[in-house]
Ligand binder design. Structure first.
Ligand code: NDP
Length: 496
């Protein structure tokens, strides 16, 4: 049996571990999927190794796709666009619902491999697979209920004007490693729902769930998946003139690079969902029993590897001591390595997170819990949840996205100071506001530089609402009508 058929039958971490043991060190070889066929990569550019974050041992090999392999995928998507863009919305909707039900039937398979490949606990992976299913279901039904504007021109009752939308064309869909299937399907579902076709490129670090994604009768070429490194395959996809749109989720520096590479292709639709260094503001009127779990999950869910994680906590000074002791105890009890919190994704990322902890130590920070981990991890990429205090406001630790299980705590005195501290950062993706004062929810919430503001909650999502960041955290919004704007062209037609 080939790898894909084998992976498709494994639906628990125990059976996955047995399977990997039987492979005896042979890595899972992932293949590009073009025109509904897995591709032979034997004569191409070599392979990229990816490792099991829990053990540091080799797990998979990903083809280092060349520009000509990217071109082949774009050919397939261009060809498929001719017919896919013309079929009825009902037919597209049915196909999306079928994909949702295939993932739903195999959700334990997807959750298992997502957990193994990315290092996240199985419970977290299950949540993300449910969200991947919702992505298809939401856009399957959205397109059936979509509305447009039609009116007679003012003063000219014999002239009708209406807005007409058509699919943009072939999209490049580029996603990161932190929530692999959820973020990839957040792009694939609207792309094909609105009549576009695509070439998806997941991160080389986490490829298995995309490899396992079967298209459930999707016509050949409508969605092609290529693997490879960002500067190679990703950049070739971005720069391909036949690719008429890019939906990208990843780091801000990659987003800047993509903007550079598309600047002269002025008509290319480019949507960039980028990094965050998100503040959590805690006012002295909160009930700590409710506020602490929200602040802790915002900081440590998925080992802090969610773009929306609240990695800067600002606490009103009058409750600082009380908050700190309850928070640290809560974190120690509820975020235990290997149980409720996994390793970080890769050796490279481990070193990056570690370098910030090293710097914090050099700057004299207080480690309320957590330590600087070993420079050379022996068995997997484990970093304990770390709560830091006494960090200079201009320190890199306070200003840059660490994207690991690390949170910094500072105090503030007044509402104005809280807002000033929250906004004193180049990023503007999300924020959490914890208070029981209803007028403050608006007063503060409406002044924070963040595309998403959560009041007394975190990570609550409604797929019809806008998702995206301000400042360095991105350009454009996705979700509901915003996704429609990304994947369609709008023209206004006047008919006398
Ligand atoms: P990267 O920006 O490194 O990579 C994201 C994707 O882009 C990967 O598939 C990567 O490929 C690819 N890529 C890298 N370089 C290029 C390039 N020059 N041209 C085209 N594609 C390229 O981010 P990470 O994977 O490290 O993900 C973490 C980042 O993603 C964090 O900053 C996080 O905040 C952000 N993020 C933002 C979200 C949002 O919605 N705003 C949600 C989730 C994460 P490869 O990995 O194979 O090199």
């Amino acid at each position: 049996m080939d790898f894909i058929s084998q992976l498709w039958e494994i639906d628990s971490p125990e059976s996955a571990r047995d399977y990997l043991t039987n492979l005896a060190g042979e890595p899972i070889r992932v293949q590009n999927f073009i025109n509904n066929e897995f591709q032979d990569h034997s004569k191409a550019n070599g392979w990229i190794d990816s490792f099991d974050p829990r053990s540091g041992k080799p797990l998979a090999q990903v083809p280092r796709s060349t520009t000509s392999e990217v071109d082949l995928a774009v050919d397939a998507a261009s060809q498929a666009f001719q017919s896919w863009s013309k079929i009825s919305r009902q037919e597209r909707s049915n196909i999306l619902l079928r994909i949702a039900s295939v993932i739903c039937r195999k959700k334990e398979v997807f959750a298992t491999w997502e957990s193994i490949d990315q290092g996240k606990p199985l419970a977290r992976a299950r949540v993300e697979i449910e969200r991947a299913i919702s992505n298809f279901r939401y856009f399957a039904t959205y397109i059936l209920h979509d509305e447009g504007t039609v009116r007679f021109i003012d003063g000219q009752p014999s002239t009708l004007t209406y807005e007409h939308r058509s699919p943009v064309g072939v999209f490049g869909l580029i996603s990161p490693w932190n929530m692999p299937l959820y973020l990839l399907t957040w792009k694939i579902a609207p792309c094909i729902a609105f009549g576009c076709t695509g070439v998806a490129k997941p991160s080389e670090v986490t490829s298995i769930s995309a490899f396992s994604l079967r298209q459930a009768d999707l016509p050949p070429g409508v969605m092609n998946i290529i693997f490879g490194d960002g500067p190679g395959a990703g950049s070739a996809l971005v720069q391909c003139p036949r690719v008429r749109g890019i939906s990208f989720t990843g780091g801000t520096s990659t987003g800047i690079q993509i903007r550079r590479e598309t600047v002269t292709d002025i008509g290319k639709h480019v949507s960039l969902e980028l990094g965050g260094k998100n503040p959590t503001l805690i006012f002295d009127d909160v009930d700590l029993d409710q506020a602490v779990p929200v602040a802790a999950s915002a900081a440590f869910e998925n080992s802090g590897q969610i773009c929306l994680c609240g990695s800067r906590i600002y606490v009103q000074s009058s409750i600082m001591n009380r908050f700190l002791s309850v928070f640290v105890e809560y974190v120690k009890k509820n975020y235990q390595l290997g149980q409720t919190i996994g390793p970080v994704v890769s050796r490279e990322h481990y070193s990056k997170v570690r370098s910030y902890l090293d710097q914090a130590q050099e700057e004299g920070a207080s480690f309320f819990t957590g330590v600087v981990p070993e420079a050379e991890p022996a068995h997997g990429y484990w970093i304990a949840p770390t709560v830091l205090g006494n960090i200079p406001r201009d320190s890199r630790v306070m200003r840059e996205e660490i994207f690991g299980p690390v949170v910094s705590i500072c105090s503030f005195e007044t509402e104005d100071e809280a807002i000033q501290l929250a906004n004193d950062n180049p990023n503007g993706l999300s924020s959490v506001l914890l208070t029981q004062d209803v007028s403050r929810m608006r007063r503060v919430g409406e002044r924070i530089d963040a595309g998403l503001v959560w009041v007394n909650c975190w990570l609550v999502r409604e797929l019809s609402t806008a998702f995206g960041g301000m400042k360095s955290s991105g350009v454009g919004r996705e979700g509901g009508t915003h996704s429609r704007d990304v994947f369609t062209n709008l023209r206004t037609i006047h008919v006398r």
